[in-house]
Design a protein around this ligand. Structure first.
Ligand code: HPA
Length: 247
């Protein structure tokens, strides 16, 4: 059995149906993780959960200690990660409240600690990142999606932007020209750090809003929060149906 962790993003700071067995704050060579790592049971399956933005959602995307979070999970022998993330929808299929299992990503972030391979930490490794997401985890979510009554989009390119501000309309147009379908602020370096530590990683994205310039109205936090409440309800159901397939 291969231990699995769920990284919860905006809108999923806790899993309401998780039976908590243990909570522990893990300190790493890179500092503390965002929040205590919670070991628990979700529908009788044992998992670990961490809130990416901290317990009270206090850590903005560019300040998250991605190295510490991934290292902490590895230190608890986690081998596979499902990362839940709120995103903006760029292309037509990616309408608010949709769930997307992206297949590719492009990294537009900067100034983040993005690798473990510095200095004494094995300086000369170059991970293969051709396929940034683990196909087995992706397929497990997509197969689980066959027995739910909401649509789950298979494929799509995730653009990782720096944040914390949302993008300009011109930036979104550029991302679309680059081939991106959804945009979020936390997908990198998280995915690459997991690969560096040989952990399987896939993203379950929830569309919170149309990206900048993709609808007439201004993007409001109210709109994002409302869409995430419905979207995350579906994510919880999808996760519950996915776990038996990967544990
Ligand atoms: N852009 C970037 N990140 C996001 C968005 C967005 O429009 N919505 C939710 N996270």
């Amino acid at each position: 059995m291969s231990k699995l962790a769920i990284i919860g993003g905006t809108g999923l700071a806790h899993l309401s149906n998780l039976k908590i067995i243990n909570k522990q704050m893990v300190h790493t060579p890179f500092g503390p993780a965002s929040a205590p790592l919670i070991t628990g049971e979700l529908c009788s399956e044992s998992i670990i959960f961490i809130a990416r933005h901290g317990h009270g959602h206090t850590i903005p995307p560019h300040k998250i200690n991605y190295q510490a979070n991934i290292w902490a999970l590895k230190s608890l022998d986690v081998e596979q990660i499902i990362a839940v993330a709120a995103v903006g929808g760029i292309t037509e299929q990616m309408s608010p409240k949709s769930i997307v299992i992206p297949e590719q990503l492009i990294d537009y972030t900067y100034g983040r600690e993005h690798t473990f391979f510095n200095d004494d930490f094995n300086p000369e490794r170059h991970i293969d990142f051709t396929q940034p997401y683990n196909q087995r985890l992706r397929k497990a979510m997509l197969t689980a999606a066959e027995s739910v009554d909401f649509a789950v989009v298979d494929n799509g390119v995730y653009a990782a932007t720096q944040g914390p501000r949302l993008e300009t309309a011109a930036e979104i147009k550029k991302l679309e020209n680059d081939g991106c379908d959804i945009v979020g602020m936390t997908g990198m370096p998280e995915a690459a750090l997991a690969r560096e530590l040989d952990m399987h990683y896939a993203t379950c994205a929830v569309v919170a809003n149309w990206a900048a310039g993709k609808c007439k109205n201004e993007i409001t936090m109210q709109e994002i929060e409302t869409n995430l409440i419905d979207g995350m309800k579906n994510v919880r159901e999808l996760l519950e149906k996915t776990l038996p397939r990967v544990l």
